[in-house]
Design a protein around this ligand. Structure first.
Ligand code: URA
Length: 189
């Protein structure tokens, strides 16, 4: 068989995720939420896990947090089609509870392969959960956000989660500033 290119590999990975029963979350899902956006993106955004709307639609960040994300992307000069969006977990945890370590262990290989295949210039980790997972740290988002950190071969920009900022004006302002920073980083050669 001829070698698959990156886009085909991502499609094969999405098909594998659609059949995945590696942790019990498959029992409660409507859809596996694999990713949205462009496999050629310079920016990959990583959230925590699908919520109710995402589970129903099969796409990440389509609810209120997703609307906020769309407007934040605009501040960075980006549209949703320009970026690649994924979550640490591909299936919705019941009642949106926190992901558990065995679920992450079962699912993380999808995210790592997604990052390897997209090979973005920047990974933006949104919220504590994605940041701790990608950066392999216990340091909180408040200390890490807004700065680029080299993590292996990736440049990682942690930011607050767009849902956490919805009802917190000061967090929202910080988050908007961090997306403006992302826009500037993308213009820097
Ligand atoms: N929150 C997340 O972390 N991911 C989604 O896809 C939606 C909300």
């Amino acid at each position: 068989m001829a070698e698959l290119d990156g886009v085909q590999e991502l499609e094969a990975l999405a098909a594998e995720a659609a059949r995945c029963k590696a942790c019990p979350l498959w029992e409660g899902r409507t859809n596996v939420v694999f990713a949205d956006g462009s496999p050629q993106a310079r920016v990959m955004l990583v959230g925590e896990a699908p919520g109710k709307n995402e589970d129903l639609e099969g796409r990440p960040f389509v609810g209120a947090a997703g609307k906020n994300l769309d407007s934040l992307l605009e501040l960075a000069g980006l549209r949703r089609e320009d970026v690649y969006i994924a979550n640490v977990l591909k299936c919705r945890p019941p009642s949106n509870r926190n992901p558990q370590s065995h679920e992450i262990q079962a699912c993380a290989h999808f995210l790592h392969d997604q990052a390897r295949l997209v090979m973005p210039d920047f990974i933006v980790t949104m919220g504590n959960f994605a940041t701790r997972h990608i950066m392999k740290t216990d340091v909180g988002i408040t200390r890490l956000r807004g700065q680029v950190h080299q993590v292996g071969r990736f440049r990682v920009l942690p930011v607050y989660h767009p849902a956490a900022a919805l009802y917190d004006r000061s967090k929202q302002e910080v988050l908007e500033g961090d997306f403006r920073t992302l826009g500037l980083l993308l213009q820097t050669p």
